[in-house]
Ligand binder design. Structure first.
Ligand SMILES: *[C@@H]1O[C@H](CO)[C@@H](O)[C@H](O)[C@H]1NC(C)=O
Ligand SMILES: *[C@@H]1O[C@H](CO)[C@@H](O)[C@H](O)[C@H]1NC(C)=O
Ligand SMILES: *[C@@H]1O[C@H](CO)[C@@H](O)[C@H](O)[C@H]1NC(C)=O
Ligand SMILES: *[C@@H]1O[C@H](CO)[C@@H](O)[C@H](O)[C@H]1NC(C)=O
Length: 481
């Protein structure tokens, strides 16, 4: 309690908010959309709640937008894609590079890579990169199984028109196909299909970017497309594409490749040819759950995936990590000297503490499943699992090189490497004192932390008012306990 009060006083002083106002303030913040950090003149390292960017009955994509801050060297948005069973996220390309992570379910991702159409079957834990400008589609073939994916959206190649921009290949009224932008004459000539028939093609799809593939639901564009055109008409179109490919093969490798890819796309989803031999070569996916932890002890484990594991990351300049802390454990205070880190809570609840370079507390926030936080390069921070259960978090680092976190506590920490006399002098204490202190912690990286872990009662209390936990102000409420 004593500790709680002094912490409270500190908070009152630093944030200029009175204790009695604490709780009411929380609710007002919530109503205003949770931008409490602006009010408190503090930068929050918790990103705002995700907002839907595309949605329909068949699926949804939500995005957490990166904050704009001078101290972010590479902003990343975080996307959450949910797809119902038997649905398709229609073919498109983006102005941003995606790295997909399959959280639950199974996906088939078709992607044009190095002028080849490849389709990957992705399972839980798989990582897959889709470069900016590369046409792709995502299919949830699972029967009765929803597909959940988390992705990083790297806007460094983006047009800056929006958070990111989709260019739909298939489409109609909603979303509109980019092909529809060409005049009817151009398109009619290009596809060798009458203008009337083209109008039919581009006026059907209005279910949004996620469509059902089953007949029990409203027929999808793909079903409509195949019904609309007669079989031999379609074959004609198919032959036309084939023909074009042959012709161009000698002249222009690039062009032919895109035609080839088109044929594959049309083959598999318009004509319903399932077993065409899609080349299952590059690009590879990488399963994060199948790799063995880089670090493991009784208190948890961590895995980092960099370009040495998954080559595609080399081009993206992004690394991936996964951490699982047992109930009440702590990732020792550490620093990322090379990268900004983005984290997404996959499971459980915990606490993230981030410290400013000047040694003052920048954030101490309680987080729950689905929350997204970021930690600037060089800023010391730690993550603590609550005592109720394991705390799993996953995320992206803005470097595909091996990220060597520097630990500030624990038996492998920086202070162990520094010479004792100098360290003692720096703290102004005796060498004996400093030795006692630095040798007291025998564990490294992931530490037991019964004292710092948020207790269970608070957990329950906050479940009743879930939004409240995302702030500094929350600590004031903790102080009342
Ligand atoms: C247009 O589609 C109809 C069938 O819906 C077909 O009979 C006709 O040949 C097509 N015309 C052209 C020029 O594509
Ligand atoms: C266009 O389609 C017609 C038949 O409808 C065919 O005779 C013609 O060869 C096709 N043109 C091309 C360039 O494929
Ligand atoms: C994380 O650890 C807990 C035990 O602390 C375990 O039950 C859970 O399955 C682990 N998660 C993963 C993804 O391995
Ligand atoms: C430390 O730095 C932060 C961010 O620059 C600033 O807001 C805060 O007031 C500083 N604290 C102290 C004690 O200087």
């Amino acid at each position: 309690m004593g500790k709680g009060v002094s912490f409270l006083v500190l908070l009152v002083v630093s944030y200029g908010v009175t204790v009695t106002m604490g709780f009411r303030e929380e609710k007002e913040w919530e109503r205003e959309g949770g931008h409490r950090h602006r009010h408190g003149q503090k930068e929050s390292f918790l990103l705002p709640d995700s907002k839907p960017v595309m949605s329909s009955d068949a699926g949804e994509m939500r995005v957490v937008q990166s904050v704009s801050s001078r101290i972010i060297e590479k902003p990343l948005h975080i996307g959450f894609i949910t797809m119902e069973p038997n649905t398709l996220f229609i073919p498109q390309y983006l102005d941003s590079t995606l790295i997909l992570f399959v959280r639950t379910g199974e996906a088939r991702v078709g992607c044009i890579s190095k002028d080849e159409m490849v389709e990957r079957r992705l399972k839980i834990g798989d990582l897959f990169m889709i470069p900016a400008g590369s046409t792709f589609y995502i299919l949830n073939p699972g029967e009765g199984q929803r597909l959940h994916m988390i992705c990083s959206i790297d806007p460094s190649d983006s047009l800056q028109l929006a958070t990111f921009q989709s260019f739909f290949i298939g489409g109609g009224i909603y979303p509109q196909s980019v092909l529809a932008g060409f005049g009817p004459e151009t398109l009619s000539t290009a596809l060798n299909v009458s203008e009337t028939n083209l109008t039919k093609l581009f006026s059907k799809q209005q279910e949004g970017p996620f469509v059902y593939l089953t007949k029990s639901h409203a027929p999808s564009i793909w079903a409509k497309f195949s019904q609309l055109e007669e079989k031999d008409r379609l074959n004609q179109l198919k032959r036309m594409i084939d023909h074009q490919e042959e012709e161009e093969e000698e002249e222009d490798q690039q062009q032919s490749a895109s035609a080839w890819s088109w044929r594959k796309l049309l083959d598999s989803y318009v004509w319903g040819v399932e077993d065409i031999s899609l080349k299952d070569r590059k690009p590879d996916s990488y399963n994060i759950y199948k790799s063995s932890p880089d670090f493991k002890n009784n208190y948890g484990w961590s895995i980092a995936v960099d370009k040495s594991h998954y080559k595609a990351l080399k081009h993206s300049g992004i690394g991936i990590y996964l951490v699982n802390l047992t109930a009440g454990s702590m990732m020792a205070p550490h620093v990322n000297p090379r990268a900004t880190e983005y984290g997404i809570v996959l499971r459980g609840t915990g606490r993230i503490q981030i410290v400013y370079p000047n040694g003052s507390l920048a954030m101490d926030a309680k987080v729950k499943q689905g929350d997204v936080f970021w930690v600037p390069r060089y800023f010391p921070f730690c993550q603590i699992a609550s005592r109720t259960g394991p705390f799993e978090f996953f995320g992206f680092t803005t470097s595909s090189h091996k990220n060597r976190p520097q630990f500030l506590a624990g038996s492998n920490s920086l202070i162990h490497i520094l010479n004792t006399p100098e360290l003692a002098a720096a703290f102004g204490v005796s060498e004996e004192t400093i030795e006692r202190i630095i040798n007291a912690q025998r564990e490294a990286v992931i530490l037991p932390s019964p004292a710092a872990a948020p207790p269970d009662e608070v957990e329950k209390k906050f479940e009743a008012v879930p939004k409240v936990i995302k702030s500094f102000g929350r600590e004031m409420i903790l102080g009342f306990d």
